[in-house]
Design a protein around this ligand. Structure first.
Ligand code: CAA
Length: 464
């Protein structure tokens, strides 16, 4: 049985911080954000929004756009790393909110859990729900997989320039209009790591930034190797001599904590794939330098990062490699459209891979490219750490959905925050009722109980 994504909806908070204002306030060169990291705006949640509201708003929009009733939905999963309760799952809050619109008990039949594994848990939730459909357990119902996060780092930290917030809901079924996933090729890699983590009770993560960048690329590469073996052994892809598995992916979507990370990770994967092929000789000639190797090629990530001579040369090599026409062609054709939304919105943690996919569909369609039958590869990464690589094929009915995608329109009129306003919100100095924006037809958080017996109970309303 086939299974895949029928539709995607997004919810992005309307407040944002402008990268140039941010750079000025922190004494940074704006080019570091705009060009170095590929960040131009970072979406920020209002005082009365939490990740559950974002998720519920994205769910409502996919349900309304597709005229779905709760009876059409068999499962609702929420994947997040911005959880605010150690026990109560975020999908239960979302169901509570949706039932304000659809009636109490309307989703009672609907199963689901909250999943957590930093930014990769949405991909695990997607995989589990696709298998639920493939196994014939869905009985004609659809699954909603919602990825929702608030990417918030400490003021003044190096992660602060890679913030953002938002939710993406994917409607999954057995007759998807957008994308059918390739069966039996999903690949995973996992390792106990401390590149980025958020201990209990801490609102912001502890991050080892450069370590996390390198680990991301190593882990995704490992998963790609496994994907390659599976794709070849299942007969999905036949590799001719001189080809790489990436040649068989028309589009590649990467996890995007900031948009330039996608470019960096793609360059890493392409470089490692091409190195074994005859075409590499020409690339090395174009670059004009040999590919550097670390002093201890079997060393740890720490030893590689400490090897300053290697890191400097490798940085130079990567820069030259990404300027070659061969890499530029791959980048422009397979990745570039997926980065557009990330630049405009910022980091969505779990949701960033799927915002990238949505972005790629919209902006490739706008170029007039026929997307039917194109294979899309996905490279997911979650700190802590695990990577997943999988793929799918765009379906003949994709136009029905993609033709009405309009990111600018969906973002609506956004309100730029001053740095002072942003810092006040960031430090939680305003109450829920002191929101900057007044919203209509959206779920908002109106109360968090502080009494001893009901501490932490949250109340939401759907604004009229
Ligand atoms: N003009 C143009 N470019 C500039 C520049 C300037 N004036 N100054 C710096 N740059 C470039 C740098 O060359 C660099 O580009 P390359 O990567 O191509 O070399 C880029 O801007 C960033 O500069 P630095 O590497 O010096 O930046 P940094 O060390 O201060 O911070 C960071 C970058 C480590 C990513 C930091 O923002 C961070 O810690 N972020 C949070 C962790 C993170 O996102 N990790 C990603 C992988 S883990 C993950 O993905 C999980 C998750 O979602 C969090």
């Amino acid at each position: 049985m086939t299974a895949g994504i029928d539709d995607i909806s997004i919810y992005i908070p309307r407040l944002y911080v402008d990268a140039n204002d941010f750079a000025e306030a922190r004494g940074l060169d704006p080019a570091k954000l705009q060009k170095g990291l590929g960040v131009s705006k970072m979406a920020i949640v209002d005082t009365n929004q939490d990740p559950a509201c974002l998720a519920a708003n994205a769910c409502l929009s996919v349900m309304q756009n597709n005229k779905l009733s709760p009876e059409d939905i068999g499962r609702l999963y929420v994947s997040t790393e911005s959880s605010f309760d150690e026990s109560k799952a975020m999908n239960s809050y979302v169901i509570g909110m949706l039932e304000q619109v659809y009636g109490q008990g309307a989703f009672e039949h609907c199963g689901g859990v909250e999943t957590k594994f930093a930014c990769v848990s949405g991909s695990y939730a997607l995989y589990d729900n696709l298998n639920w459909i493939r196994a014939g357990e869905a009985e004609g119902k659809a699954a909603l997989v919602v990825v929702s996060d608030i990417a918030k780092y400490d003021l003044g930290s190096s992660g602060e320039m890679t913030q953002g917030a938002g939710a993406v809901t994917m409607l999954l079924n057995d007759h998807p209009r957008l994308l059918t996933f390739d069966p039996r090729v999903t690949a995973t890699s996992i390792r106990d790591e401390y590149d980025f983590y958020r201990p209990f009770g801490k609102e912001t993560p502890i991050v080892h930034g450069q370590y996390s960048n390198l680990l991301y690329m190593i882990q995704v590469r490992k998963a790609l190797e496994i994907y390659k073996d599976k794709a070849v052994s299942t007969g999905l892809i036949k590799l001719e001599p001189g080809e790489t598995i990436l040649d068989h992916m028309d589009y590649i979507n990467m996890h995007l904590p900031y948009s330039a990370m996608g470019k960096k990770a793609l360059a890493y994967l392409v470089r490692h794939e091409w190195r074994q092929l005859p075409r590499w000789k020409k690339i090395i000639q174009e670059i004009g330098m040999e590919e550097p190797v670390p002093k201890d090629p079997r060393g740890t990530i720490e030893s590689v990062l400490r090897d300053h001579e290697f890191m400097t040369k490798d940085h130079e090599f990567t820069k030259l490699f990404t300027q070659t026409p061969e890499y530029q062609e791959v980048y422009e054709a397979k990745l570039s459209s997926s980065l557009i939304a990330s630049k405009m919105i910022g980091n969505l943690y779990t949701a960033s891979l799927y915002l990238g996919f949505r972005s790629s569909l919209e902006f490739e369609y706008q170029k007039g490219i026929d997307l039917e039958g194109k294979r899309v590869g996905f490279g997911a990464y979650g700190s802590g750490s695990s990577a997943m690589v999988f793929s799918g094929v765009i379906q003949p009915e994709y136009k029905e959905v993609v033709k009405s995608m309009n990111l600018e329109e969906e973002l609506g009129s956004r309100r730029k925050l001053t740095l002072n306003e942003y810092e006040t919100i960031h430090e939680n100095k305003l109450g829920l009722e002191e929101s900057i924006l007044k919203t209509k037809h959206e779920f908002i958080l109106v109360n968090v109980n502080t009494s001893i017996e009901s501490r932490g109970e949250r109340r939401y309303v759907f604004t009229k």
